[in-house]
Design a protein around this ligand. Structure first.
Ligand code: PLP
Length: 379
């Protein structure tokens, strides 16, 4: 085939990579099989049934009974934006607890919805205490508190016990980012009294990027129903989307049906393995990785009790060019690991063990590579 400049474009050939970075992670082979089916119509009775299955499975992995639970068409950022777009009105105070890169994204988005954005900050690698959260709720009296459960930029997991109770006490909604925890790290949305949450398809769910699971409870629905102005984002307006995902099944946009085949299979696989088993597999493999890295003389950036099983930040030793090493692993060994973001740029590598990729052979592989290759990069 000739393109306009007269050169030949060969058929697509994608290199095989083992994705052990911050995401995307490799997809499960059965998910890839599901994706490769011919599409069906987005109002086909088969598809309507599949939509309900996806909603039910999402409720299960999130441990919620929220009626309004659905995969947004778009990546995690679309679902993140949907939470703010639906419950924030201009001028309302939104408090964001920032402890990394994705907290800052919440700040940016909330500002674009013209919220009065307030922040509390922690250095990158730490988490908030309940006292700090309570003090800030008293000080700012926000109508929404937004925070990240699993901060992919730093590798911390925010302890959640008690935060939802504080939000109820001070009458504000709680938005939780579960992009790097859904399907891999214990999550109990209802028990934790989380009002809105979002995630992605490409990490713990072992699906390609393209869907952003979203959920909101009755408190959030009530806030949405009492809005003065309409939701300032047509595509992400849950009251419109609900007409398609709810019982009416009215066309909103052409659903990415194959992505929903994929996520249905991905979620089914998690439920088949058992949620607790899945969480435990991630924990065991992460602990093996931590032990192995430390026995190679490397230091981890985050204290053990708040470390995230899906994402480990490893300090780049003095004298080593972290970028060069990561590029070497990719180009010569087909293994992707991530570099640091924001405050941690150039300081850490980020190693992900997410979903299908959280397995012993991958832990061994990455440890062997660090063992055999890193010394070649010492100056
Ligand atoms: C914690 C967190 N929140 C939000 C996002 C944004 O998701 P996406 O890149 O799928 O839009 C990411 C992406 O890695 C993330 O790690």
């Amino acid at each position: 085939m000739l393109n306009t400049s007269g050169t030949t474009i060969s058929p697509l050939s994608v290199p095989q990579r083992l994705l052990l970075g911050p995401g995307p992670s490799n997809s499960h082979p059965l998910v890839l099989e599901a994706l490769s089916n011919q599409p069906v119509g987005h109002l086909d009775p088969f598809y309507i049934e599949l939509m309900a299955e996806v909603q039910g499975l999402l409720r299960e992995v999130w441990q919620t009974s929220n009626r309004l639970t659905l995969p947004m068409s778009g990546t995690g950022s679309a679902a993140m934006e949907a939470t703010l777009a639906n419950v924030v009105e201009p001028g309302e105070t939104v408090l964001v607890a920032v402890k990394g890169y994705f907290g800052n994204r919440l700040v940016d988005m909330a500002s674009r919805y013209r919220a009065n954005v307030r922040t509390i900050n922690k250095s990158w690698g730490e988490v908030f205490s309940l006292e700090e959260i309570e003090e800030s709720l008293i000080k700012f009296r926000p109508s929404v508190l937004a925070l990240v459960h699993a901060e992919t930029s730093t590798g911390v997991c925010q302890p959640m016990i008690g935060i939802g109770d504080l939000c109820r006490k001070y009458n504000c909604l709680l938005i939780l980012d579960t992009v790097t925890s859904l399907g891999s790290v214990p999550l109990f949305l209802d028990e934790w009294k989380v009002d809105l949450a979002y995630s992605c398809s490409q990490k713990g769910l072992s699906c390609p990027p393209g869907l952003g699971p979203f959920t909101m409870n009755d408190r959030a629905e009530e806030k949405l129903s009492k809005r003065i102005g309409s939701v300032p984002n047509w595509y992400l307006d849950v009251s419109l989307l609900n007409k398609y995902w709810g019982s009416d099944r009215v066309y909103h946009h052409t659903a990415p049906v194959n992505m929903n085949f994929g996520i249905r299979e991905a979620l089914r696989l998690i439920v088949e393995e058992g949620l607790e088993n899945t969480w435990n597999r991630h924990k065991v493999n992460a602990e093996q990785l931590w032990k192995g890295l430390e026995s190679l003389g490397l230091s981890l950036h985050v204290e053990k009790d708040i470390r995230l099983a899906t994402l480990t930040t490893v300090k780049i030793p003095e004298g080593i060019d972290g970028k060069k090493f990561a590029l070497h692993l990719l180009n010569n060994h087909g293994v992707e690991i991530g570099g640091g973001l924001g405050d941690l740029a150039g300081k850490v590598w980020r190693i992900g063990l997410m979903g299908f990729n959280s397995k012993k052979e991958n832990v061994d592989k990455v440890l062997n590579l660090f063992d055999s290759e890193l010394s070649k990069f010492k100056s």
